[in-house]
Design a protein around this ligand. Structure first.
Ligand code: ZN
Length: 274
């Protein structure tokens, strides 16, 4: 409808403007002065937009386009492009703590990359948006305990409709009894000891871990950072959630490797870091 040569300051008067809270997921330099920005919004899910002049002049967007910034974006759609045009970006919360501590940044990057990799564009998911903001806030304030990673993973999967079935047995559908259970990443749920011999690639999981994960999943968001897992539950839930996420991701995330390096070893020995 409008020529692409119409200056941006005029276009914003001609096209409907949308305003929504968003978290910046990714930025990519484009040409000499622009940036392509991927952001997760409250109202429209994941979106991609062009920020004209973002590289050349920091006046208009400044540091607000940094990864994990919590902002309010203003944009309009362009008929000639799949990308929306960002016309403004106001800071809601800077999450300064994330930029001052490389470990916090590593944790935040993991959440951000999970969201970026596992969501499609323009599908509204308000619970997922709120989950991301809540967990970035926990880390920003210093909640660096491994439980926070595991709770994010299980609630994130649930927001996407991939909630693992923790009871009854996913194979025979009988209520779980006894003490020995297994988790099937392929089937996405817990398997009883009677069904276990007939299924491949199972991960042993204790009743304590199942109860902990259920609590992690159902407790109100504002209370989840207070949950403590036993060492055994941490170990089991790490293995279980990692292989389950792998089913959907199909690849190793860069931020996960970085997270493991930052934390010194692949076993996430973070017990002493709280
Ligand atoms: Zn069974």
């Amino acid at each position: 409808m409008f020529s692409s040569s119409v200056p941006v300051f005029l276009l914003r008067f001609l096209m409907p403007l949308f305003k929504t809270p968003a978290v910046i997921l990714h930025t990519l330099p484009y040409g000499e002065s622009d940036q392509i920005v991927t952001f997760y919004t409250l109202d429209f899910g994941k979106m991609k937009g062009m920020a004209k002049g973002a590289k050349r002049s920091r006046k208009r967007f400044g540091s607000r386009l940094e990864i994990a910034s919590y902002v309010k974006v203003t944009f309009f759609e362009k008929e000639t492009s799949n990308l929306v045009r960002l016309s403004n970006c106001d800071l809601i919360r800077p999450f300064e703590g994330l930029r001052e501590d490389i470990r916090k940044l590593a944790w935040a990057s993991y959440f951000i990359e999970l969201v970026n990799e596992m969501t499609a564009e323009k599908i509204q998911n308000k619970p997922l948006f709120r989950l991301l903001v809540a967990f970035l806030t926990f880390i920003d304030r210093g909640s660096l305990k491994e439980e926070v990673l595991r709770i994010f993973e299980i609630r994130f999967l649930s927001c996407l409709g991939y909630q693992p079935q923790l009871d009854p047995c996913i194979h025979c559908q009988k209520k779980l009894t006894g003490e020995r259970f297994f988790f099937s990443p392929v089937k996405g749920g817990v398997v009883c000891s009677a069904c276990a011999p007939s299924l491949p690639d199972l991960i042993p999981v204790s009743l304590g871990t199942l109860k902990t994960l259920l609590l992690a999943h159902t407790l109100p968001l504002e209370k989840v950072s207070r949950i403590s897992f036993s060492p055994q539950s941490l170990k089991e839930s790490r293995a279980l959630l990692s292989s389950f996420l792998q089913q959907y991701l199909g690849k190793e995330l860069k931020s996960k490797k970085f997270l493991e390096q930052i934390n010194g070893n692949a076993e996430f020995g973070m017990r002493n870091s709280e």
